[in-house]
Design a protein around this ligand. Structure first.
Ligand code: AMP
Length: 408
């Protein structure tokens, strides 16, 4: 609703500003994709694909899905449009609605919005650190202070192979005491056990081996470099060895930022590296790194920080006689053409009601035009903040207002 949209716009404006500062360009992908895209990338054993996707059969029997996330779509578009032929690194960002059939609660919706970015074409650890630096800048610009960055590495297929064997063995001994989902995952995709949210399973999961202890030398080196780069950029972080992030395509770095301003659903954003995703989707080897911010949650957190105010309207124009209407319309047009917002209403009303509306619209100035003003050639300009009123020559009203607004 309009009472909250301005906060969404603020969050989006700041995001666009920060993305531009880091040379990211916007990509807009469709809301509908072939179901297969998500099954192949997000993974058939993930909660998203097994339980949460909105999927339907189209008239020609194609299976289509309302996108549950956008990274797969971005990589699909990158492959389909052969962006790799241009060489170099592609930095892309997106914003828009995503759909997951989750149990709705505060901060968790079935249609929600994400603001995300992807860097395709480099596996350099500095990319991971720079993107995290960008996120910290965005959150700071939005006035958020109480947030924490958690990082982990989930290795590559080579080191994960060894680890999954160990994890599988450990699970064999305990899975009998775990939830049904975990018993299934133990056989099909043991890493997904870490996504389990069942309270009773948590002490068991706590004791399972961690992938960080099994990283191959290359992945370990990458992780060490990411940490060093974060240190150089003065970014605080904590290591969370359980952070595997619910989607199969991640390799090496995974991360999440949580916010103290949110309740139970405190994950503000998450992401990581996905060096194998392009190949999984039939493209050339293309390392990638990206994140998605939950915009609904970011807006909630910004609201808590109470840092912003809605943009007030510059002028409310009050006309007091029939003869004053045309001059009022002319002034409103002139102000708007000179980049100042203005409101004018067309039903005749008493002065008191007009001034009440000027306050309601949160106008910075009220401009009063009546018979006396027309006769003297000077309009009354009232500063709604201080209550002070001045007479200003008609031809100078726009310039006067423009100067006064700059001083506020
Ligand atoms: P994911 O795409 O699962 O990595 O999620 C990235 C971010 O999107 C999360 O950290 C949340 O902030 C947000 N998010 C995920 N699912 C939902 C949902 N159902 N409702 C609102 N926000 C969500």
């Amino acid at each position: 609703m309009p009472v909250e949209t301005w906060r969404w716009q603020k969050v989006e404006d700041e995001s666009r500003w920060v993305f531009a500062a880091y040379n990211f360009l916007e990509i807009r992908t469709p809301v509908l994709e072939h179901t297969d895209l998500f099954a192949r990338s997000v993974g058939v054993d993930t909660d998203i694909v097994t339980k949460e996707m909105y999927t339907f059969q189209d008239r020609d029997n194609d299976l289509l899905t309302l996108r549950p996330e956008a990274t797969a779509s971005v990589v699909r578009a990158y492959i389909e449009h052969s962006l790799y032929n241009e060489g170099g690194v592609h930095k892309l960002y997106y914003m828009g609605p995503m759909f997951r059939r989750e149990r709705p609660q505060k901060g968790r919706y079935r249609q929600f919005s994400q603001i995300g970015a992807e860097v395709l074409g480099s596996d350099h650890p500095a990319i991971d650190a720079e993107v995290l630096e960008m996120l910290v800048l965005l959150l700071e610009r939005l006035g958020l202070k109480d947030f924490a960055l958690l990082i982990n590495s989930v290795g590559c297929p080579a080191c994960r192979h060894e680890y999954l064997k160990k994890l599988g063995q450990a699970l064999d001994n305990v899975k009998g005491n775990m939830c049904e989902d975990c018993r299934r995952r133990a056989g099909t995709n043991p890493l997904r056990v870490f996504d389990c949210k069942v309270e009773a399973d948590q002490p068991i999961i706590e004791k399972l081996p961690h992938i960080l202890d099994y990283l191959c030398p290359e992945c370990l080196q990458h992780f060490e470099s990411v940490k060093a780069e974060l240190g150089q950029r003065e970014i605080k972080f904590a290591i969370e060895p359980r952070l595997v992030r619910g989607l199969d395509y991640y390799t090496r770095t995974t991360f999440e930022i949580t916010s103290g301003a949110l309740g139970a659903q405190n994950a503000l954003l998450g992401g990581g590296r996905y060096d194998g995703l392009s190949e999984m989707l039939g493209g050339p080897p293309t390392p990638g790194f990206g994140f998605a911010i939950g915009e609904d949650r970011l807006v909630l957190a910004v609201e808590q920080a109470a840092h912003f105010k809605p943009e007030p309207i510059a002028a409310f124009i009050v006309w007091m006689s029939h003869e004053a209407l045309l001059p009022a319309v002319t002034l409103a047009r002139e102000l708007r053409r000179q980049n100042m917002s203005a409101e004018i209403l067309y039903d005749a009303m008493k002065m008191k009601k007009s001034m009440g509306l000027a306050s309601k619209f949160n106008a910075r100035f009220a401009i009063i035009i009546g018979e006396n003003e027309l006769a003297s050639g000077r309009y009354q300009v009232k500063d709604m903040g201080t209550g002070q009123q001045e007479e200003v020559e008609i031809s100078r009203v726009a310039a006067y207002l423009s100067d006064a607004l700059k001083k506020l």
